[in-house]
Design a protein around this ligand. Structure first.
Ligand code: 13P
Length: 250
């Protein structure tokens, strides 16, 4: 039986859309999904920082939640190139993506960075969306479980039981992101169940309510089968959602 009776579906537009691109994407998405406003679906879009202000004007009176791709763990200070929680609040962000694979592997952020960010996001009243995932080599060496549990234990170290009620997790195997290779529905279920077990060990019953989303080459042809699995509560989509009509197809 499905753990949650709600589907969480979001897209991270990475570094693909300008302000104008994002505005036209969101306008179209809002129109195409108006009839889903009252359905048990949480729809969210995570555009680039420069698009957030205008994106907020389009999403603020809609059913679409707005997310940010990253966040600093301090409100202000000598952090050139960073974005503070206060600044994200100002532009209507409610979800903050933390520890995306590209942040970890291209920009060398580690689990301790994610810990500070999840803690700050939770304290600031955002929904922290902690992204975790193993690389191909970790998978081949049988280290998926160890990798994911380390990412969860360190990344969520400072999160309290109360804060855990507002936490979302995305499982995004690094080998599946942007590669066209997707975890099978069975692989996704096995890993998601494992993630829920690690969450339960720390947060008890709150783990049952924590949405665990799958990401990594998710597309219309594989989404339904993956999302149908007991511990998969939705998806975080990249490439296959760049056009609003394709996102809606998922
Ligand atoms: P793709 O769907 O392009 O594999 O990207 C997934 C992702 O990284 C979402 O955050």
């Amino acid at each position: 039986m499905k753990k949650l009776n709600r589907l969480y579906l979001g897209t991270n537009t990475k570094m693909y859309k300008t302000i104008a691109d994002t505005a036209s994407f969101l306008t179209q998405l809002r129109q195409l999904t108006e009839d889903l406003a009252d359905s048990p679906l949480t729809l969210f879009v995570i555009p680039s920082f420069t698009s957030l202000e205008s994106a907020n004007r389009i999403t603020s009176r809609s059913h679409i939640r707005l997310g940010a791709q990253n966040m600093c763990w301090e409100d202000q200070g000598q952090f050139t190139g960073e974005i503070s929680p206060v600044m994200l609040k100002e532009v209507g962000v409610s979800v903050v993506e933390i520890g995306h694979s590209e942040r970890r592997h291209v920009f060398r952020e580690d689990d301790f960075d994610q810990e500070k960010k999840t803690a700050k996001a939770a304290q600031s009243g955002f929904t922290p969306l902690l992204c975790i995932g193993e690389t191909l080599i970790q998978r081949e060496y049988g280290l998926s479980g160890e990798t994911l549990s380390t990412q969860l234990k360190v990344g969520l170290h400072s999160i309290t039981g109360e804060q855990a009620k507002h936490l979302w997790i995305a499982y995004e195997p690094v080998w599946a992101i942007g590669t066209g290779k997707t975890a099978t529905a069975e692989q996704a279920q096995e890993i998601h169940a494992y993630i829920r077990k690690v969450l339960a060990a720390k947060f008890g019953a709150a783990a049952e309510e924590c949405p665990i989303l799958y990401g990594g080459s998710c597309k219309p042809s594989n989404a339904a089968e993956i999302f149908a699995k007991e511990d998969v509560d939705g998806g975080l989509i990249g490439g296959a959602a760049l056009k609003a009509e394709d996102f809606v197809a998922i």
